[in-house]
Design a protein around this ligand. Sequence first.
Ligand SMILES: NC(=O)c1ccc[n+]([C@@H]2O[C@H](COP(=O)([O-])OP(=O)(O)OC[C@H]3O[C@@H](n4cnc5c(N)ncnc54)[C@H](OP(=O)(O)O)[C@@H]3O)[C@@H](O)[C@H]2O)c1
Length: 377
Amino acid sequence: MLPGFATSQGTARYVNRFPDLREAQHFRQPLHVPGVEQLRLSSIGLGTYLGEADDATDHSYIEAIATALRRGINVLDTAINYRNQQSERNVGAALQQSINSGEVDRDEIVVCTKAGYLSFDGNVPADPRAYFVSEYIDSGIIDPRQLAGGMHCMAPAYLKNQIERSRSNLGLETIDVFYIHNPETQLAGISREVFHQRLKEAFGVLEDQVKSGNIRFYGVATWSAFRVPENAPDYISLTYIEQLARSVGGADHHLRFIQLPFSLATPEAYGLNNQRIGEEKRSVLSTAGSLGIAVAGSATLSQARLTRDLPNFVSGILGMKNSAGNAIQFARSTAGLTTSLIGMGRKEHVIANLEPARFPPTPAEEWNKLFMEQVGS
Ligand SMILES: NC(=O)c1ccc[n+]([C@@H]2O[C@H](COP(=O)([O-])OP(=O)(O)OC[C@H]3O[C@@H](n4cnc5c(N)ncnc54)[C@H](OP(=O)(O)O)[C@@H]3O)[C@@H](O)[C@H]2O)c1
């Protein structure tokens, strides 16, 4: 297993190898986030969600990830359930390959993964239910009462087990950022009170995992929770869960990252005031800023839907040469967003998607016109 984790010196060394990208403000230092403030994270991160769990896709992902590391992307995002654990294994293989060839060092790269959903191992077994029962229930890792919807769990023993598996898949002693994956899934089946109790216990075990050096930081990676109104069943209050982390980890707790979809098609983190600090209504981005939490945006291309046919006024404002470039430039120009994640299983997409990173972010006064245009059209 590779020792180490992303550090201030390592990520600064990485940045200095890309002076053009550095000049274009491609690397972000989240100065408001305790413990993370000295790290430099690329404005574009590589995601590994989509694709088949087959050999051809493995090969293509490994090549894409190695290309990304070589060309200026130092944030990698995966999850244990992505492609039945193969995506984590591909991240591990590409990182090892890039370190062996002397192109990067471990301390230059921020590796993020997630757990929550039950996952297969490589292949879908002939009897999926029997597999889960023998792997997780009969083995005592999961008490069935802790399973939500038959597929999601965030109980302490399960998270510990998943972190062990992820460390092994990734070949890493330490995971830089560990997310609880779509915790709001549980709200369909349990009361908010039980949900908060479960999150608090989860944060407790994650603080222990930080102490043992298995992870550096933790957070929640969400799909809907931070994009819906306050009264929605799947809503999560960021202020409330930060207090939960504070109650188990003190003021120096390690809940320092959140993830939610952010794109031209899903701009709620910026535009919807569904969070509160005291009585003041704020957006997720503004709230995270005040609470000392870094925000990563996922599905930057709305799962490839934004790679074609964007209206002309969008390119007029953002100035990139095609729809994908404009969608990426929109996301990476958002105030308060540290990294925009793009799923890239092909090296051609890595090379193309780094084009916007050669330009400074679009200034806020220009960027804001996109919202006015939308309202006006
Ligand atoms: N709840 C959660 O925690 C959550 C939810 C969603 C996403 N995520 C994370 O965020 C990452 C990004 O989201 P996503 O992968 O769902 O969606 P996405 O980034 O919006 O889109 C990825 C898709 O776009 C394609 N693509 C990339 N660049 C392109 C280009 N220049 N032209 C045409 N197509 C292009 C990719 O193809 P190739 O793969 O063939 O390159 C892939 O099919 C995920 O991979 C995952 O790591 C997290």
